[in-house]
Write a protein that binds this ligand. Sequence first.
Ligand code: 3PG
Length: 400
Amino acid sequence: IDELLSEGVAGKRVFVRADLNVPLADGLITDDGRIRAVLPTVKALADAGAKVVVASHLGRPKGAPDPAFSLLPAAERLGELLGAPVAFAQDTVGPAAHDAVDGLQPGQVAVIENLRFNSGETAKDDTERGEFADRLAALADVYVGDGFGAVHRKHASVYDLPARLPHYAGYLIATEVGVLRKLTADVRRPYAVVLGGAKVSDKLAVIDELLGKADRLLIGGGMAYTFLKAKGYEVGGSLLQEDQIPAVTEYLERAEKNGVELLLPVDVLVGPEFPDLKTKAPANPSTVAADAIPEGRLGLDIGPATRKLYASKLADAGTVFWNGPMGVFEHPDYAEGTKEVAQALVDSPGFTVVGGGDSAAAVRTLGFDESAFGHISTGGGASLEYLEGKTLPGLAALED
Ligand code: 3PG
């Protein structure tokens, strides 16, 4: 983007593909980190006199307008953060979008409606995606890719549109890639990776890759129970992906062979049911050993001994990457595991990276100061796929 700015953008229409896919509850944004993350790019372009057209997806609407997934709350928040009015177009490539863009003065910003209200955005078919990209291209003279959270998607606005316009990477993408590079080349050891979140199936590829790279793998969250089951423990009513047991068993064996310390919870907090996240009514959990989860109980957080163990494994790490909460942190009775892992990253002398929508949101909603971490990524799936060593369509499209 610095190259673009030095060439001059005054009066030019610049399309900024952002990732404003923020969590919403009852129409209110619960974590605006992704909006704040794109501000440097939007501000720099506006200050240089560009007519800035910001576009993003939000959630997974079904290729047609759906008010539940409107980008309006994100556009309003962007305006508040910029301290300047932001125009909002109620369609994406229709008359409202053209009117909004035509009405921009140099230095002004417009947001167009959710890209996924059009089936062409996510279409598998190249022609359909290409047709939608043509319509998006008609709104702009230049493309800036800055939606790091979506670079792993081969979508029209991420992959096809940059091929149709002069294209540049924004500040956020440049920063994210710079950080993730440090985790793949010349990593400072010991390299510890903490993985959590609900499903082990989402993490298989990254575990596979990390078994050749990391020194320690610390497992928590819902995915831990499939590992515990693979070790032969009963897991009661805990989340379990039976079909993944063979893969997980192979990982346990490979970790041992490769000398990777793969750590599983030694104790867990269990409750009779999934807690009510709306009322946050007390859940009265109890602590049990990981090999003694009673029938009819669900594991919902890592226990105190595990927290201590995991903190000790991060205390002397040279590099830490963390993706995925350790438990149902949205409920105060099951937040401690996630909190203590976050605190262990803060206390670690190493370079610490929080990756992933949920863990990044957890860190902020649990009240941690963002500057206490080396980097908080805006990419969930995107940062994992980067670490898997995959080619990411949205980065490839900017590189050529
Ligand atoms: C994310 O939340 O990881 C990104 O915004 C991508 O969203 P998606 O998984 O719906 O493509």
